[in-house]
Design a protein around this ligand. Sequence first.
Ligand SMILES: C[S@@+](CC[C@H](N)C(=O)[O-])C[C@H]1O[C@@H](n2cnc3c(N)ncnc32)[C@H](O)[C@@H]1O
Length: 267
Amino acid sequence: MSRLKYSRLVIPRKARDDGVLGLVALYGPLGFVEEGRDLVACFRDADAARRASQALSASRVRFDLVTDLAEGDPLEVFRAASRPFAVGQRFWIDPGNPSDSRPPSGRIALRLPASTAFGTGGHESTRLVLLSLADEPPSGFQVLDVGTGLGASRAFGFDTDADAVFTARENLARHPFGARVTLHAGSIEAVAGVFPLVVANLLPEEFLPMRAAVMRRVAPGGRLILSGLPLAREERLRERLTSRRWQLSSRRTEGEWACLGLERASS
Ligand SMILES: C[S@@+](CC[C@H](N)C(=O)[O-])C[C@H]1O[C@@H](n2cnc3c(N)ncnc32)[C@H](O)[C@@H]1O
């Protein structure tokens, strides 16, 4: 995964007056921090940082500029401090740094080191998907995961966010079932065939534009698990999505989120 870069413009404290701050602010820094006796301006754009430093030179203000620093991983501290947790009766999620910690017996370990592309694996909408899968395990058949990250007899996952796909690949490599999952970065148009189970944990804004394409991928008699629905909008969405051919088979809620199971008629 590519790391974002930033630049640091360090200005000794004695030079810190409102004029200097105002001057540097003209070049669009991300923000200012005080470090001991220094004032530090951080920039995303290295050229902007260089222009700011030229302006400081012209004003005879001393500074120190370092560009192209790799941004620290904001979830590093979270991973170090996190502990595994259970989801329902079946799953055990470890959002910490990769380790060979053992799950309690009878539970399936999902090792998902917290990342910006994947979150911590503990979001209600993800939990609702796992609880739905635990109730009706997809054993022995193929699963399509829209906006990715799962485990079945054979699973296909895709995501339009390439970073999410890279992270999912790394996560799969930590699991014995990883080799049974195929991932691609792209949209649903590249997915062929139909599946007995399709899982989509997406916001309505993401799901609705591809609703027809996703529902076409559910085999007759198959099931769609749709999570990521804000509770306040769920009733309206449920009305839109159910029909004579699409019956509601399950409904779960947790916090502000809902997850629906929809069954496609067999003919
Ligand atoms: C809420 S996350 C779900 C992640 C994981 N499946 C889970 O349940 O925790 C939704 C994912 O859907 C992806 N996504 C959004 N729109 C998409 C689209 N049109 N096609 C494929 N993936 C999409 C996002 O990039 C994001 O990674």
